[in-house]
Design a protein around this ligand. Structure first.
Ligand SMILES: *Cc1c(COP(=O)(O)O)cnc(C)c1O
Length: 392
């Protein structure tokens, strides 16, 4: 027997659940792409994209996924052989570093061993640099470990070193604060399918004037990736380097409208509350089984949008929640999927969806005989209730 029929819950860290409003906004035939109506929607989208990243500077949109965002940013900033320093707090940092090396950069990594960087380490490394490091690059949220990097602390640690600060905010934007201009971030990279609650297929690179100047002679730049043409665009096709992704534009505009309606501070607080409830559940489960543990011990270094954990029998547990309960959990990556999994509380996820996810996990543990401490759901409810009081 299976109890999975009903509204499915997707708790993987991207693509994240797409709200019905966003799907409906996309569900339309293509209009005249030379018409004024679509151009106006696109202009509104571009303005909202700058708002969500906290910048008045530039944004270049691309058809592509997060990897396309990585490539776009690097192509506009660097020449072959340029030195960059990637702060690695999980497998996404490792992948990014490999991607940059594949583009011909001289990549140095600073391994933060699955937690947040100690800013003093970065300050120390940059103090010994002869000026050759062109950029410091970091994932704000590493989606594999669920580590949150403190972007303002990293900026402060960079002091007056001239390197650019490039932030992969793919798993953070719309879930955690990003104040690109106020924080002194030079480049932000994000994509549509995570905190921005839209179908996969579009990526964005925001860049400061300083980044534009630093990248002026970038040898890796090619016409398709050139951010200048897109950021200065007037005609619709120029924004997108060709045919615009019409239905995506409508979807994204609707998603950003929803984000504005909720307000960014409420959204950030919601993600924080859902994350804390998730951690509370894992702490209770772990009380009865030391093999159940969050991947990041330091709560201050945990991301608000995704939680990674060690759970014995994780593969069987995920299979059980998917086939028996209608809940899809994230696979452990950069870790052994047999004993690691991820719970996303990203984007379009409310308290009820999270409790259902945690309840499905506890049901699976009971059914599969995975030892676990009691009181996890109560602890999650209590964490949510505390949030409710504090935000009244
Ligand atoms: C998802 C993700 C990526 C890769 O995005 P794709 O859309 O899968 O190419 C890169 N960095 C981070 C932090 C991510 O979460």
């Amino acid at each position: 027997m299976t109890l999975a029929a009903g509204h499915p819950i997707l708790a993987i860290p991207g693509p994240s659940p797409v709200p019905d409003r966003v799907l409906r906004a996309a569900h339309r035939p293509s209009p005249d792409i030379y018409g004024d109506d679509l151009a106006a929607v696109n202009h509104d989208l571009i303005a909202r994209l700058k708002w969500v990243a906290g910048t008045d500077a530039h944004v270049a949109p691309y058809i592509g996924n997060g990897h396309a965002g990585w490539e776009a940013a690097a192509a506009n900033l660097f020449s072959r052989g340029d030195a960059v320093l990637v702060l690695v707090s999980g497998y996404f940092g490792t992948l990014w570093a490999a991607h940059l090396a594949g583009m011909g950069l001289a990549v140095e990594t600073m391994d933060c061993a699955g937690t947040a960087l100690d800013p003093a380490r970065l300050a120390d490394r940059l103090a010994r640099d002869d000026g050759s490091i062109r950029a410091v690059m970091v994932c704000q949220t590493d989606t594999a470990t669920g580590v949150r990097s403190d972007v303002t602390a990293i900026r402060a640690a960079m002091g007056d070193h001239p390197a650019l600060l490039v932030v992969d905010a793919i798993a953070a934007l719309g879930c955690a604060p990003m104040q690109m201009d106020a924080w002194g971030v030079d480049v932000v990279i994000a994509a549509s399918q995570k905190g921005l609650m839209s179908p996969p297929g579009t990526a964005f690179v925001w860049f400061s004037d300083r980044a534009a100047q630093a990248g002026a002679g970038a040898g890796l730049r090619t016409p398709y990736w050139d951010w200048g043409a897109r950021a200065q665009a007037q005609a619709l096709w120029q924004f997108w380097g060709g045919t615009p992704p019409v239905q995506q534009i409508f979807a994204l505009r609707e998603a950003l409208t929803m984000i504005a309606e909720e307000t960014l501070p409420t959204r950030w607080a919601r993600h924080e509350a859902l994350a804390r409830a998730t951690w509370a559940a894992f702490d209770a489960w772990g009380q009865g089984n030391p093999a159940i543990a969050l991947a990041v011990a330091d709560a201050g270094a945990r991301a608000p949008s995704v939680t990674a954990a060690h759970v014995p029998g994780a593969e069987a547990l995920r299979a059980y929640t998917a086939t028996q309960m209608g809940v899809t959990l994230g696979i452990g990556i950069g870790a052994d999927p047999a004993t690691a999994l991820r719970v996303a509380h990203m984007g379009h996820c409310n308290a009820a969806m999270l409790l259902a996810t945690l309840g499905a996990m506890q049901t699976a543990m009971a059914a599969l005989g995975i030892a676990h401490g009691p009181g996890a759901i109560e602890a999650a409810c209590a964490a949510l209730a505390r949030h409710g009081l504090s935000s009244l």
